[in-house]
Ligand binder design. Structure first.
Ligand code: PGA
Length: 250
């Protein structure tokens, strides 16, 4: 199974979102072994999930607690009615909202408690890449979050490798760089779980994906899908990516 997830970030008002999804709805083919998911701004989730029951939605974020005095936050308990998935630890959350691995671990627990699949985002900064330090950064991001889970919960996760330097920059990681890290993550999962469970956890790539690189990235070993930012905002472009992914999955 492949996954293409459109992460709209803080873009699109409700009218734009409805127009986009009306079009997307006509393209989605549930018989193909490729899931198309959309992560709209959280505020749109109730309306969109009501109008588009055939589309699977993703929360861009959730709080680290169930409820309480956390002004501006939205909990897993609140969004679970509208989504089956949530991003956890997107690099923009780590950078602008100072979310560290300890907080992200709490968020993963919240997702699991409310039967939402956490999509844990990991990835190194440019300076870590340049200093050849990226394996240890990723290892720490995994060790301090998902490696603390029991095996059953760990196998309910998804992982997105998103090198920070590739996000929104147009500098997609090379195919070798992608494979190197995806294989490394897979090896950690397989070591921790048994082969069959460790191999089943989807590992997505994100960072300047577009219609020109969809095919070459998706066919790589241990790449189970794409997390798409900028290119998921334009329906014509996103449609091209979906067509390519469907072609590879049928
Ligand atoms: P991008 O963003 O595709 O615009 O690089 C990816 C992401 O942030 O998930």
């Amino acid at each position: 199974m492949k996954y293409i997830i459109g992460n709209w970030k803080m873009n699109k008002d409700i009218d734009d979102s409805i127009n986009f999804l009306n079009y997307l709805k006509s393209i989605i083919d549930t018989k193909v072994n490729c899931s198309i998911l959309i992560a709209p701004p959280i505020i749109h989730l109730p309306v969109l999930s009501n109008l588009f029951s055939g589309i699977d939605f993703v929360s861009q974020n959730i709080a680290f607690d169930d409820f309480g005095a956390y002004t501006g936050e939205v909990s897993a308990k609140m969004v679970k009615k509208y989504v089956h998935y949530s991003l956890v630890g997107h690099s923009e959350r780590r950078q602008y909202f100072h979310e560290n691995n300890q907080i992200l671990y709490q968020k993963i627990l919240m997702c699991l408690k409310y039967k939402i699949t956490p999509i844990l985002c990991v990835g190194e900064s440019k300076s870590h890449r340049d200093s050849d330090n990226y394996f240890s950064v990723i290892e720490e991001q995994l060790k301090e979050t998902l490696m603390l889970l029991n095996d059953v919960d760990l196998s309910k996760l998804m992982i997105a490798y998103e090198p920070v330097w590739a996000i929104g920059t147009g500098k997609t990681a090379s195919l070798n760089q992608i494979s190197e890290v995806h294989n490394y993550i897979r090896q950690i999962l397989v070591q921790r779980l048994d082969n069959s469970k460790g191999n089943k956890i989807p590992i997505l790539y994100g960072g300047s994906c577009n219609a020109s690189n969809t095919s070459s990235i998706l066919v790589r070993n241990n790449v189970d899908g794409l997390l798409v930012g900028g290119a998921s905002l334009d329906i014509n472009h996103f449609k091209e990516m979906i067509k390519i992914a469907y072609g590879l999955s049928s």
